[in-house]
Design a protein around this ligand. Structure first.
Ligand SMILES: [Zn+2]
Length: 284
C-alpha cells in the first residue's frame, strides 16, 4: 500500500529500525525492490532522482512505480530524491509524489532555510511529506563532476534550521559519501550522538553504500531512520549483466527479457541484503 514518508518513519522510530530508501532507475529496479520488500515483509521507500525522471519524462516511470506501491502487500513510500530547486519540487508535487526531498545543502545556510521554508509550505498545502538536509554528504551522484566535498553537519546550523523549518525528516552528514563502490567509510558517532540528542525528527543517512555494515547498525542505534541506497543496486545490476555476457556471450545479451529477469533478481538480492541490516526482524 502507498503510504507517506512521515507515517513510515514514525513507525520506524517506535520500532527502533531504519527504512531502506532504494533508488528506482528503471522498471526492473522497481520490481526487484518490491519483490524484496514483500519477501522480507518490510516497509520500504522507493525513490526516484530528478535525473531518472528527466530520462523517462516523469510519468512513464512515476506512474508504474506508484502503481507497484499501491498493489504491494507492505507499506511503500514513493519519494522524490534530491530536488535541488523550487521548480523541481513543484513539478514533483504536481506529478503525484507523496513525499519529496528538498536538498538545499550546497547553498549558504540562510538560503537553504528560506527555500526549505517555501517548500515546506507547499508540502503542507498538498499533504506531501518533506525531507531536508543540513551539512553536505558530498560527491553527489547526480553530478559527479561537481565533486562537492563532504562537510559535517554543524550543531548550531541544525538548531537554526529546525527553529525555522517545519520538516518531517532531516538528512545529516556524519561521514558517508555518495557514490562509493566499496564499503570502507567510518562514521563520526560523536557527532551523530550529539545530533540525535537535540533533534526530535527522524534522521536520514545518504551514501550508505560506502559504509560498513557494523557502522550502519550502530547508526540505527543512534537514531538514523531512513537509509538511502543507490550505488549498491547499480553495481548489482551491472554485475548481473556482466555475468550473463561472460557465461552466454552475445547470445545472453541479445535476450533482453532474460536481461530484465537477471537485473530484477540482482536488485532484489541486493535490497534483501540491506533489509537484513536495516530492519532485521522485519517489523512493519
Ligand atoms: Zn543522496
Amino acid at each position: 500500500m502507498l503510504v507517506k514518508l512521515k507515517d513510515i518513519l514514525e513507525k520506524a522510530v517506535k520500532g527502533s529500525y531504519a527504512v531502506g530508501a532504494f533508488n528506482v532507475q528503471n522498471l526492473e529496479f522497481a520490481h526487484g525492490i518490491i519483490d524484496a520488500a514483500a519477501e522480507h515483509s518490510s516497509p520500504i521507500i522507493m525513490q526516484i532522482s530528478p535525473r531518472t525522471l528527466a530520462f523517462f519524462e516523469t510519468e512513464t516511470i512515476l506512474k508504474p512505480t506508484l502503481l507497484l506501491a499501491e498493489k504491494a502487500s507492505v507499506p511503500v513510500c514513493v519519494h522524490l530524491d534530491h530536488a535541488k530547486d523550487l521548480d523541481t519540487v513543484r513539478k514533483g508535487i504536481d506529478a503525484g509524489f507523496t513525499s519529496i526531498m528538498f536538498d538545499g545543502s550546497s547553498r549558504p545556510l540562510q538560503e537553504n532555510i528560506e527555500l526549505s521554508r517555501q517548500v515546506s509550505q507547499w508540502c503542507r498545502e498538498h499533504h506531501v511529506s518533506l525531507e531536508t538536509e543540513v551539512g553536505v554528504v558530498g560527491s553527489d551522484e547526480e553530478n559527479k563532476n561537481a565533486d562537492i566535498p563532504l562537510q559535517y553537519t554543524k550543531i548550531e546550523e541544525v538548531q537554526q534550521f529546525l527553529n525555522q523549518v517545519d520538516t518531517d525528516a532531516l538528512a545529516v552528514s556524519v561521514g558517508s559519501i555518495h557514490g562509493m563502490q566499496t564499503a570502507k567509510v567510518r562514521l563520526n558517532f560523536d557527532l551523530l550522538a550529539q545530533l540525535s540528542s537535540i533533534i526530535s525528527i527522524p534522521l536520514v543517512m545518504h551514501g550508505s553504500s560506502g559504509v560498513i555494515d557494523q557502522d550502519l547498525k550502530d547508526a540505527i542505534r543512534f537514531g538514523i531512520r531512513k537509509i538511502n541506497v543507490a550505488t549498491r543496486l547499480k553495481i548489482a545490476a551491472g554485475s548481473a549483466i556482466y555475468e550473463i555476457s561472460r557465461i552466454q556471450g552475445m547470445s545472453g545479451l541479445g535476450d533482453t527479457m532474460q536481461l530484465s529477469i537477471e537485473i530484477r533478481k540482482a536488485v532484489k538480492k541486493a535490497v534483501l541484503s540491506r533489509l537484513s541490516v536495516f530492519n532485521p526482524s522485519s517489523k512493519e
